[in-house]
Design a protein around this ligand. Structure first.
Ligand code: SF4
Length: 215
């Protein structure tokens, strides 16, 4: 039997800008949707070697006791369906918090092809990022994107986010010395941040966990 593998861009804990509470962020590597204006273009390539899902679960296990939730983003998580399903199943065995997943696919497509994965997710943001449709709503990159509350826990944790206004981003210091941003910035936020940093002699490179994208 083939052991499911996952190609990931990043893992990080804690993240606070992609759902309620302190969350584990899991960013998949690879996206076939390629929305115009996506600011996570560094996650498009499928070229990185994957790792067994059980290794990924082992890497995040030390964080589970402290985490309120897990956010699965990308890249496009549903472009690695076997690995995604195995990851979700592994999380459900040992984690009581909520799971939020992003996808750039339409909800109908996900329902038709990935019902088992959806049954293991509490809240889902679906639909591709559309640059011409800005939004002030949190955790979404464009106004067409839909928040689906798939379980009672998802409704409890995420219903309030449907009416709140966006605003927070996480500035993350990576173990390799890199600094990057997690969250969905409002239109113009990165330009304003870049300008402020430039006045201090710092250049902002926009490679982030979830910038303007959908999945
Ligand atoms: S926004 Fe999401 S779905 Fe669209 S290209 Fe970027 S990573 Fe892929």
């Amino acid at each position: 039997m083939t052991v499911p593998r996952l190609s990931l861009s990043k893992l990080h804990f804690p993240i606070t800008a992609l759902g309620p509470g302190r969350r584990i962020g899991i960013w998949f590597q690879g996206c076939s949707i390629r929305c115009a204006g996506c600011m996570s273009r560094d996650t498009w390539s499928f070229s990185r070697a994957g790792e067994p899902v059980e290794t990924v679960v082992a890497r995040i296990t030390p964080w589970l006791a402290e985490a309120d939730g897990v956010t699965i983003s990308g890249g496009e998580p549903f472009d690695q369906p076997e690995g995604l399903l195995a990851l979700l199943a592994g999380l459900r065995q040992s984690f009581d918090g909520d799971v939020l997943a992003y996808s750039g696919y339409a909800f109908g497509v996900l329902e038709a092809a990935h019902g088992r994965a959806l049954s293991l997710i509490d809240a889902l943001i679906s639909e591709p990022f559309v640059e011409a449709l800005p939004t002030d709503r949190p955790i979404r990159g464009s106004a067409n994107q839909r928040l689906h509350l798939l379980t009672a826990l998802g409704a409890e944790r995420f219903a309030g986010l449907d009416t709140a206004r966006a605003g927070s981003l996480d500035l993350v210091s990576g173990a390799d010395g890199s600094v990057w941003i997690a969250g969905v910035p409002r239109r113009g936020d990165l330009h304003r941040l870049s300008h402020i940093l430039a006045t201090r002699g710092i250049r902002l490179a926009t490679s982030a966990g979830r910038m303007g994208g959908a999945s």
